[in-house]
Design a protein around this ligand. Structure first.
Ligand code: G6P
Ligand code: MG
Length: 226
């Protein structure tokens, strides 16, 4: 394991909750109700895909012109940015600072693979930008998660082969992307939503370098036995 690639929202900090609140508020304004269980489908996918998924759910696919959709997304992002403006280093999820320290100690590179265009601002507010040797710019990608492009780009930026990378995700689409990239997938959250991950934890406070290494070695043994 030469690199660990992190998702941001729901892995490094609890902004997955803020995305949910912002979409819920915005969807209500156009008469669409969403709940937490529906929200699982929005995790990991970009802004445009999220809006399309909400409109289909609300029976409003095709109802809005492009300019109107842009305006809805602008409102969602404005509300989201209000929610994240007071983030501080205290908002790092438990265990993440310790994991960064463990990876640094073991000379494992760290990269970010988030679909969020707000990611750099969030890393700055959390005070962890310097922990990352690479941050993928999602605006430069052709395809979002579950396509592996974002994880493969992170590995390429680090100069590490995908087979030497582990990646951590809280979203189904993210786990699928990691597996298609040929990487070791670590899921954070409910076991049911993390199906397909090579290693699952319920909470980030379980994440340590030692746990990742143990899971990695177990997984490599299985690969070799096949
Ligand atoms: C991440 C989150 C999604 C969010 C997407 C786009 O993938 O998991 O919930 O919609 O980023 O974020 P943005 O900040 O660019 O709207
Ligand atoms: Mg996430």
């Amino acid at each position: 394991m030469k690199a660990v690639i992190f998702d941001l929202d729901g892995v490094i900090t609890d902004t997955a909750e803020y995305h949910y609140l912002a979409w819920k508020h915005t969807a209500e304004q156009i008469g669409i109700e969403i709940d937490r269980s529906f929200n699982e489908r929005l995790k990991g996918i970009d802004r445009e895909q999220s809006l399309d998924t909400i409109l289909i759910h609300g029976g409003a696919a095709g109802k809005y012109r492009d300019a109107e959709k842009q305006e809805i997304m602008r409102r969602k992002n404005q509300y989201y940015q209000q929610l994240i403006q007071n983030l501080t280093p205290h908002d790092l999820l438990p265990g993440i600072a310790g994991l960064f320290a463990g990876l640094k100690r073991e000379n494992v590179s760290i990269a970010l693979a988030s679909s969020s265009r707000n990611a750099p601002a969030i890393l700055e507010r959390l005070g962890v930008m310097d922990e990352f040797q690479a941050v993928v710019d999602p605006a430069l990608l052709a395809r979002g998660k579950p396509d592996p492009e974002i994880f493969l780009t992170a590995a390429a930026l680090l100069g590490v082969p995908p087979l030497e990378c582990a990646a951590i995700e809280d979203a189904k689409a993210g786990i699928a992307a990691i597996k298609s990239a040929g990487m070791f997938a670590v899921g954070v959250g409910d076991e049911s939503s993390m199906r397909g991950a090579d290693l699952s934890v319920r909470s980030t406070n379980e994440l340590t370098f030692e746990l990742l290494k143990e899971g990695w070695q177990r997984c490599c043994c299985i690969r070799e036995e096949k």
